[in-house]
Design a protein around this ligand. Structure first.
Ligand code: DX5
Ligand code: ZN
Length: 228
């Protein structure tokens, strides 16, 4: 099972609507709606009720999206023991799998990132607002994407936390000093205004749930984020 081919670089601006804000009764149709609205990736928020205080969906929903639509699947695992569940998300059709660096995720981060890449998937590493940038330093040479959370994970519709922008800047600095190519993704409270702030700091992948699926005109919302 090989994940999505590498088509994008960090110079690309990528808009990734989050399924968490969609109608769960119609995940296939909602994903098609996002594609028609110009989405580049689909962001899939997996929550286990342990790592975050919410439960969303698992591999079966990712498989349903994968089987009904052709779009790059950006899977965000807000779960403990992501290493244990990796094979199921890979089999379900994930193209990029992001795991959290916090100790509460209870896994060997380096080993998990290696397993993701060994499966020919793209590997992402996420850090929460309270987690210092130094926590991800040991792993930056081995990732395809750095996810700087701009809300405390667990729920859509929260407010953007601009205090985490220095972590994006630090990610850009490390990447250029070390000639690396990882994307920098922001996730939480992203709309056209906050996407402009995050873009100025150096982010290139914009996850947006309520501001896209909740918009009267999803295409206009996606375009406004892309052009922010
Ligand atoms: C929060 C999730 C985010 C969330 C974004 O834990 O990781 O992806 O769905 O939702 P909005 O864009 O509504 O803040
Ligand atoms: Zn997310």
């Amino acid at each position: 099972m090989s994940c999505g081919v590498k088509k994008w670089t960090f110079q690309d601006r990528i808009v990734a609507p989050s399924l968490l804000a969609a109608d769960f009764g119609r995940v296939g149709g909602e994903t098609s709606r996002a594609i028609n609205a110009g989405a580049d990736w689909m962001h899939l928020d997996v929550m286990d009720g342990h790592f975050v205080d919410n439960i969303s969906f698992g591999p079966a929903v990712i498989q349903a999206v994968h089987e009904t639509n052709d779009i790059f699947l950006d899977v965000h695992l807000m779960i403990t023991r992501p290493d244990h569940f990796l094979p199921r998300f890979i089999a379900a059709g994930a193209d990029l799998i992001t795991v959290h660096v916090e100790p509460e995720a209870d896994h060997d981060v380096a080993a998990t990132l290696k397993s993701i890449r060994d499966a020919n998937c793209k590997a992402g590493l996420a850090l929460n607002p309270a987690t210092p940038f130094d926590a991800v330093l040991p792993y930056l040479d081995d990732i395809d994407l750095l996810l700087v959370m701009t809300v405390v994970p667990g729920f859509g519709g929260q407010s953007f936390m601009s205090e985490v922008m220095p972590k994006i800047e630090a990610g850009v600095k490390y990447r250029s000093e070390n000639k690396l190519g990882y994307h920098i993704e922001v996730d939480g409270g992203i709309g056209s205004e906050t996407a402009a702030i995050a873009s100025a700091a150096g982010a290139n992948v914009f996850v947006a749930g309520s501001s896209t699926f909740g918009a009267p005109d999803m295409s206009a919302a996606v375009l406004a984020i892309r052009e922010a």
